[in-house]
Write a protein that binds this ligand. Sequence first.
Ligand code: GDP
Ligand code: IMO
Ligand code: MG
Length: 420
Amino acid sequence: MKIDVLLGLQWGDEGKGKVVDVLTPNYDVIARFQGGPNAGHTLEFNDVKHVLHTIPSGIFREGVLNIIGNGVVMDPVIFKKEIDNLNKIGVNLEKTLLISKKAHLILPSHRILDAASEASKGKTKIGSTLKGIGPTYMDKTGRNGLRIGDVLSADFLEKYNFLKEKHENILENYKFEYDIAQYEKEWFEGIECIKQFQIIDSEIFINNLLQENLSILAEGAQGTLLDIDFGTYPYVTSSNTVTAGACTGLGVAPNKIGEVFGIFKAYCTRVGSGPFTTELFDQNGDKLTELGHEYGATTGRRRRCGWLDLPALKYSVMINGVTQLIMTKADILQHFDTFKVATAYKIGNEIVDYLPYDITIPLEPIYKEFKSWKTDISKLKSNDEFPQELKEYIEFIEKETGVPITIVSVGPNRNETVLR
Ligand code: GDP
Ligand code: IMO
Ligand code: MG
């Protein structure tokens, strides 16, 4: 059996959580492969909204295992809060959630370093979620990190203090005030919570499952344009959010990858700093924010909104080897008379249809305008019922990207999903 991957093609928040939840009944296992609590994945069913940060989005379906893979970075404090909240609503994961020994730990001092680094950058700040993601991955690649497997070792506290002191020395160079004590207490409570779960060699476990023909869906966090290598660097996150990240973040070989579901919004959003060519600063932008409820699931920050950026989408399709596209929030465009899609950019007098290396070059989007369908599509159940204008929009994107759109999401609820 091969492992399928679902990941974001824009700057995150494409609706990954919702669609993973919809697809979970087709799988035995859901596995997160990168990122950490910078993610906020929203699921809605039975009139309740759930937001997950570290925990995979397959947990609400019975009989499914969920794995936090080696590529993930975990904050024990946030993890414990997620577990406590789930326990309160009767969801107990001790038997069905497995954690890789090789996933890295976010320390309280990583969070402080993140905040100090951002504060020192002033206007050039990344707009990080301040969850300590960057400093933790820096310690991973710098070969200083603490891993989940370490919590079981006798000298864990010693290792913790060694790394914390290293961070305190770095923090002396920043003029940044901080108080670590309370957070540290919660952190060690979180470590005890983690110990109640099965801590495993997840790469071996996952490859054995594939050998036994069990089906696995790898759930991406963030999006391709936030990828550390291929995103709008330096305004990116610190992990590989692309399909290749599922190989390194779970320990599966490239020839084991099956379907790649690439998910995108029918328009575009971004939270945090960095270039956004199709960003709208007018009433249409405000309308997308308000009707789309475009406020971050992790930080509550207002998301910047704009029209779909086709050259960027094609780039993401290429980098990920997307085999099926999933379009979300199509229902938001029904509130407009017309909407636009950028098909290329103008740089001076030159027209280009790719993302240039230099993100400081101002790109002027060249737009194609579409007529909206102007009818409520949120209750529709099949492609045949779709209004003609929506069909035309879907077919246009399919033709441009060369990839079929197999799922159209028409609302936040798990039922508001059309399989084509
Ligand atoms: P993720 O990070 O990719 O999982 O996405 P988020 O959960 O951060 O943001 C997506 C938001 O859009 C959430 O509030 C979802 O409930 C909502 N959502 C997902 N799909 C749709 C859709 O098709 N229509 C509407 N109106 N909302 C959606
Ligand atoms: P999900 O999985 C949207 C953005 C931050 C910031 C940049 C770096 O919910 O789609 P970091 O905290 O990683 O150092 O922040 O990346 N960012 C996200 N934006 N969705 C996310 O996750 C994000 N995770 C990080 O806003 O611009
Ligand atoms: Mg999100």
